[in-house]
Design a protein around this ligand. Sequence first.
Ligand SMILES: CC(=O)N[C@H]1[C@@H](OP(=O)(O)OP(=O)(O)OC[C@H]2O[C@@H](n3ccc(=O)[nH]c3=O)[C@H](O)[C@@H]2O)O[C@H](CO)[C@@H](O)[C@@H]1O[C@H](C)C(=O)N[C@@H](C)C(=O)N[C@H](CCC(=O)O)C(=O)O
Ligand SMILES: Nc1ncnc2c1ncn2[C@@H]1O[C@H](COP(=O)(O)OP(=O)(O)OP(=O)(O)O)[C@@H](O)[C@H]1O
Length: 514
Amino acid sequence: MTARIPPVLRPEHPSAKPLTALATEFALESRGSLDGIEITGITLSTGDLHAGDLYVGMPGANSHGAKYAAQAKAGGAVAVLTDAAGAELAADTGLPILVVDSPRAALGAIAAWVYDTNVNPPLRFGTTGTNGKTSVSYLLDGILKQLGRTTGLSSTAERHIGDLVVVSRLTTPEASEMHALLARMRESAVDAVVIEVSAQALSRHRVDGIVFDVVGFTNLSHDHLDDYADMEEYFQAKLPLFQPDRGTRGVISLDSPYGARVVEEAGIPVTTISSTPGVVGDWNVDITAEEAAFTAFTLTAPDGRELSSRVPIIGRHMAANGALAIVMLVEAGFELDEIAAALEKSGGIEAYLPGRTERVSGDRGPAVFVDFGHSPDAFLNTLAAVRTFTRGKVVMVFGADGDRDATKRHEMARVASEGSDILVITDHHPRFENAASIRATLVEGAHLAEHEAELHEVSPPESAIRTAVGLAGEGDSILWAGPGHQDYRDIEGVRTPYSAREEARAALREAGWA
Ligand SMILES: CC(=O)N[C@H]1[C@@H](OP(=O)(O)OP(=O)(O)OC[C@H]2O[C@@H](n3ccc(=O)[nH]c3=O)[C@H](O)[C@@H]2O)O[C@H](CO)[C@@H](O)[C@@H]1O[C@H](C)C(=O)N[C@@H](C)C(=O)N[C@H](CCC(=O)O)C(=O)O
Ligand SMILES: Nc1ncnc2c1ncn2[C@@H]1O[C@H](COP(=O)(O)OP(=O)(O)OP(=O)(O)O)[C@@H](O)[C@H]1O
């Protein structure tokens, strides 16, 4: 069931907490009288304000949140938490003000206290890495359900509470939203929670106040160099998840060279897993079959026991993600035999990964996959997966994000050209950049490939997918990378409704492949 409810999920029955107790608990400096005031929620956005909230006025990249304190008061906020500069900005509201040095750094612990999320918490899993966070999270969620657990999930694509599903805004929500979500999950008797943790979330304190039972690392490769100065800074941003204030035990994939460095620098006990031939981990994965509908694997434990299963999706990397999820469960205390039995009962891991090499075509015509990949390494892996079972040509369609890491564009296009027979370069989210100049950079990158695919430049993407379908036939495959599950395109800051999955299906129908 997909419910149409507001995207920020809050507890339906929050308990009221005296503001004086909050000030005492965290030894907060205050302005104005706190007496008799009770808070029932906490938010850092006037766009998500409930009566009874503590409004957090946070200095941001665009403005100081305390500037909106009067608006927050009008919406029912009963107090403000901010820094010294914010206290001046919010003074005229007459609301009581709590003052901290860094509202962002204080938010996680305070939100956990407001929502009591650390009282008898469920099992908590956190996954980070450049690629595979969403996939591992959905696979973990799927196996937990197969083990009879009631699960909650927070990912780039969706937030789940049992059967309730809402679309996500950020990959990892801000700490106030995160703890509200956890509180809502508790109301639904969720006993295992799976959370995707972005580097940005770690840099911005979004998972503060949570100590994960098990944390996982998938890989690290070129991405987000608009947010981080270089790969080293990006790598360092991931490390705090593997320290005792954030995680208890870790499972580290050695499939990228950065895995070994996470092991060296982790401050918690970790176990390793490898699916890379020649790289030996504590746990090892062998891929045993790659088909158009599934990938099968055998996972060997440190004591030699084996578990053979399959993921319902293409690619060796997806089998590696499934195996990583299994080891995370073992580290959480589940028996390997118990997991093996649950998976065997259903013929493998049961999970639907929205927009992750999702097949949108039927039995006739080219196989068409819509994917969320937007980095060179994701392209490398997904193209290899598609190639494995494609008898004919591999056609790739993609465009690059505007106003995001521009340094990866050449490499994305080079990898795309190397791995495909026909490459259709198009637009993605131009945001405030010029779409034609993004395409020109991608065309340059494609020419850097040793093997140059037949190149087409087609705008807009609805024409590009039709070009691709027109160039493909029975036995060929089309990989449309970038949009994945997303339901909009961002053009000059306006989010126009757009579904690549629907667009691809329409193109197939029009070509007579319905
Ligand atoms: C760079 C970044 O992370 N920015 C985040 C930051 O925005 P900001 O500092 O610019 O905030 P601002 O606009 O100056 O506003 C300051 C404060 O005033 C508040 N405000 C502002 C206006 C108003 O009318 N009312 C109001 O309350 C804002 O909520 C904010 O608390 O705080 C905002 C409030 O929570 C976030 O929405 C925003 O995320 C933006 C949307 C974003 O795109 N972030 C990306 C980079 C991100 O975090 N991505 C990662 C990883 C994705 C991946 O793996 O690919 C993710 O986890 O999603
Ligand atoms: N283990 C992996 N190694 C390399 N590529 C992967 C791996 N797992 C998934 N991918 C590819 O990376 C892309 C993104 O996958 P996924 O959404 O699971 O990653 P993510 O880390 O959640 O990314 P994002 O943070 O952008 O949401 C897809 O193209 C997918 O096929």
